[in-house]
Design a protein around this ligand. Structure first.
Ligand SMILES: [Zn+2]
Length: 183
Protein backbone atom coordinates (compact mmCIF):
# COMPACT_ATOMS: atom_id res chain seq x y z
CA UNK A 1 0.00 0.00 0.00
CA UNK A 2 2.85 2.37 0.88
CA UNK A 3 4.50 1.55 -2.43
CA UNK A 4 1.27 2.28 -4.32
CA UNK A 5 0.87 5.59 -2.56
CA UNK A 6 4.41 6.50 -3.39
CA UNK A 7 3.99 5.64 -7.07
CA UNK A 8 0.80 7.61 -7.12
CA UNK A 9 2.44 10.63 -5.55
CA UNK A 10 5.19 10.27 -8.09
CA UNK A 11 2.66 11.13 -10.79
CA UNK A 12 2.16 14.49 -9.21
CA UNK A 13 5.73 15.69 -9.24
CA UNK A 14 6.09 14.69 -12.87
CA UNK A 15 3.53 17.22 -13.98
CA UNK A 16 5.23 19.93 -11.97
CA UNK A 17 8.85 19.14 -12.75
CA UNK A 18 10.86 20.68 -15.52
CA UNK A 19 12.87 18.94 -18.19
CA UNK A 20 16.02 20.19 -16.44
CA UNK A 21 15.01 18.40 -13.31
CA UNK A 22 14.52 15.21 -15.29
CA UNK A 23 17.97 15.53 -16.88
CA UNK A 24 19.63 16.18 -13.54
CA UNK A 25 18.33 12.90 -12.16
CA UNK A 26 19.06 11.00 -15.34
CA UNK A 27 22.71 12.02 -14.92
CA UNK A 28 22.72 10.67 -11.36
CA UNK A 29 21.57 7.21 -12.44
CA UNK A 30 24.09 4.72 -11.01
CA UNK A 31 25.72 2.38 -13.51
CA UNK A 32 25.59 -1.32 -12.58
CA UNK A 33 28.89 -2.55 -11.15
CA UNK A 34 28.83 -6.33 -11.62
CA UNK A 35 32.53 -7.00 -11.03
CA UNK A 36 32.14 -9.00 -7.79
CA UNK A 37 29.08 -10.44 -5.99
CA UNK A 38 29.19 -7.82 -3.23
CA UNK A 39 29.68 -4.99 -5.74
CA UNK A 40 26.61 -6.21 -7.62
CA UNK A 41 24.58 -6.13 -4.39
CA UNK A 42 25.79 -2.62 -3.44
CA UNK A 43 25.19 -1.40 -6.97
CA UNK A 44 21.68 -2.92 -6.95
CA UNK A 45 20.91 -1.05 -3.71
CA UNK A 46 22.17 2.23 -5.20
CA UNK A 47 19.96 1.73 -8.20
CA UNK A 48 16.94 1.00 -5.99
CA UNK A 49 17.53 4.24 -4.07
CA UNK A 50 17.83 6.15 -7.34
CA UNK A 51 14.68 4.54 -8.70
CA UNK A 52 12.74 5.26 -5.52
CA UNK A 53 13.47 8.97 -5.78
CA UNK A 54 13.02 9.32 -9.53
CA UNK A 55 10.26 7.00 -10.73
CA UNK A 56 8.16 9.98 -11.79
CA UNK A 57 9.93 10.23 -15.17
CA UNK A 58 8.09 7.27 -16.58
CA UNK A 59 4.69 8.04 -15.14
CA UNK A 60 1.55 8.67 -17.13
CA UNK A 61 0.07 11.96 -15.94
CA UNK A 62 -3.51 11.22 -17.04
CA UNK A 63 -4.42 10.37 -13.46
CA UNK A 64 -3.92 14.01 -12.52
CA UNK A 65 -6.86 15.01 -14.71
CA UNK A 66 -9.16 13.43 -12.13
CA UNK A 67 -8.03 15.63 -9.21
CA UNK A 68 -8.91 19.13 -8.09
CA UNK A 69 -6.22 21.81 -7.69
CA UNK A 70 -6.50 21.55 -3.89
CA UNK A 71 -5.99 17.81 -3.89
CA UNK A 72 -3.08 18.08 -6.33
CA UNK A 73 -1.41 20.70 -4.15
CA UNK A 74 -1.81 18.59 -1.04
CA UNK A 75 -0.34 15.54 -2.75
CA UNK A 76 2.51 17.53 -4.25
CA UNK A 77 3.54 18.81 -0.84
CA UNK A 78 3.34 15.34 0.60
CA UNK A 79 5.43 13.91 -2.23
CA UNK A 80 8.05 16.66 -1.97
CA UNK A 81 8.40 16.03 1.75
CA UNK A 82 8.96 12.35 1.18
CA UNK A 83 11.38 12.95 -1.69
CA UNK A 84 13.42 15.31 0.51
CA UNK A 85 13.56 12.72 3.29
CA UNK A 86 14.69 10.06 0.84
CA UNK A 87 17.35 12.29 -0.67
CA UNK A 88 18.75 13.08 2.75
CA UNK A 89 18.58 9.57 3.99
CA UNK A 90 17.15 6.45 2.39
CA UNK A 91 16.53 3.37 4.54
CA UNK A 92 18.26 1.14 1.94
CA UNK A 93 21.56 2.85 2.77
CA UNK A 94 21.42 1.14 6.19
CA UNK A 95 21.64 -2.29 4.56
CA UNK A 96 24.65 -4.41 5.53
CA UNK A 97 26.60 -7.13 3.78
CA UNK A 98 26.92 -9.99 6.25
CA UNK A 99 28.79 -12.70 4.35
CA UNK A 100 30.14 -13.32 0.85
CA UNK A 101 30.51 -16.96 -0.10
CA UNK A 102 32.17 -17.66 -3.46
CA UNK A 103 31.22 -21.29 -4.03
CA UNK A 104 32.89 -21.72 -7.43
CA UNK A 105 34.07 -19.74 -10.47
CA UNK A 106 30.45 -19.21 -11.47
CA UNK A 107 28.39 -19.47 -8.25
CA UNK A 108 28.24 -17.23 -5.19
CA UNK A 109 25.96 -16.36 -2.29
CA UNK A 110 25.81 -13.03 -0.48
CA UNK A 111 23.97 -12.79 2.84
CA UNK A 112 22.75 -9.37 3.95
CA UNK A 113 20.75 -7.62 6.63
CA UNK A 114 18.17 -5.20 5.27
CA UNK A 115 15.35 -2.89 6.24
CA UNK A 116 12.26 -3.17 4.09
CA UNK A 117 10.66 0.21 4.70
CA UNK A 118 11.40 3.60 6.20
CA UNK A 119 10.20 3.07 9.75
CA UNK A 120 11.34 -0.53 9.98
CA UNK A 121 13.44 -1.12 13.09
CA UNK A 122 14.52 -4.72 12.57
CA UNK A 123 16.75 -6.09 9.84
CA UNK A 124 15.58 -8.92 7.59
CA UNK A 125 18.06 -11.55 6.52
CA UNK A 126 18.32 -11.70 2.75
CA UNK A 127 20.18 -14.10 0.47
CA UNK A 128 21.42 -13.11 -2.99
CA UNK A 129 22.26 -16.00 -5.31
CA UNK A 130 24.65 -15.33 -8.20
CA UNK A 131 25.57 -16.91 -11.50
CA UNK A 132 28.65 -15.57 -13.28
CA UNK A 133 28.25 -14.94 -16.98
CA UNK A 134 31.36 -13.73 -18.78
CA UNK A 135 32.97 -11.30 -16.34
CA UNK A 136 29.65 -10.29 -14.73
CA UNK A 137 28.18 -11.53 -11.47
CA UNK A 138 24.43 -11.58 -12.15
CA UNK A 139 21.52 -12.12 -9.81
CA UNK A 140 19.86 -15.46 -10.20
CA UNK A 141 17.45 -15.01 -7.31
CA UNK A 142 16.95 -13.05 -4.09
CA UNK A 143 15.52 -14.79 -1.02
CA UNK A 144 14.08 -13.34 2.17
CA UNK A 145 14.24 -15.41 5.33
CA UNK A 146 10.76 -16.85 5.91
CA UNK A 147 8.91 -14.70 8.46
CA UNK A 148 6.56 -17.54 9.38
CA UNK A 149 9.15 -20.08 10.57
CA UNK A 150 12.04 -17.63 11.01
CA UNK A 151 14.13 -19.67 8.57
CA UNK A 152 13.79 -22.99 10.39
CA UNK A 153 11.51 -24.54 7.76
CA UNK A 154 9.11 -25.85 10.36
CA UNK A 155 6.37 -24.52 12.58
CA UNK A 156 5.13 -25.82 15.92
CA UNK A 157 1.53 -26.59 16.73
CA UNK A 158 0.94 -26.53 20.44
CA UNK A 159 -1.75 -28.63 22.06
CA UNK A 160 -2.44 -29.32 25.71
CA UNK A 161 -0.17 -32.35 25.93
CA UNK A 162 2.28 -32.17 23.07
CA UNK A 163 4.11 -30.06 20.56
CA UNK A 164 3.88 -31.18 16.96
CA UNK A 165 6.28 -29.84 14.38
CA UNK A 166 5.07 -29.47 10.82
CA UNK A 167 6.70 -28.25 7.61
CA UNK A 168 6.24 -24.52 7.17
CA UNK A 169 3.58 -23.96 4.52
CA UNK A 170 4.95 -20.55 3.43
CA UNK A 171 8.43 -21.68 2.43
CA UNK A 172 7.72 -25.43 1.98
CA UNK A 173 10.44 -26.19 4.53
CA UNK A 174 13.32 -24.32 2.86
CA UNK A 175 13.29 -21.41 5.34
CA UNK A 176 13.56 -18.88 2.47
CA UNK A 177 11.12 -17.21 0.07
CA UNK A 178 12.08 -16.05 -3.40
CA UNK A 179 11.39 -12.40 -4.22
CA UNK A 180 10.77 -13.31 -7.84
CA UNK A 181 9.47 -16.85 -8.22
CA UNK A 182 6.12 -18.02 -6.89
CA UNK A 183 6.73 -21.35 -5.09
ZN1 LIG B 1 8.86 -20.90 6.51
Amino acid sequence: MKKLLFLFLAFIIFSCSSEDYKKEYELQKPKPNLSTPDNTVKSYWSFNIWEDTTTFYKMDTTLLEFYSATLKQYLLEKYNKRKKEFKEFHYISKNLIDKVDIESDSRAIVLTKELSYKDDDSFDETKYVFAKQGNKWLLEDIFIKCWNCNGTGETSDYSLYSRIKTTCKYCSGSGWKSQFYED
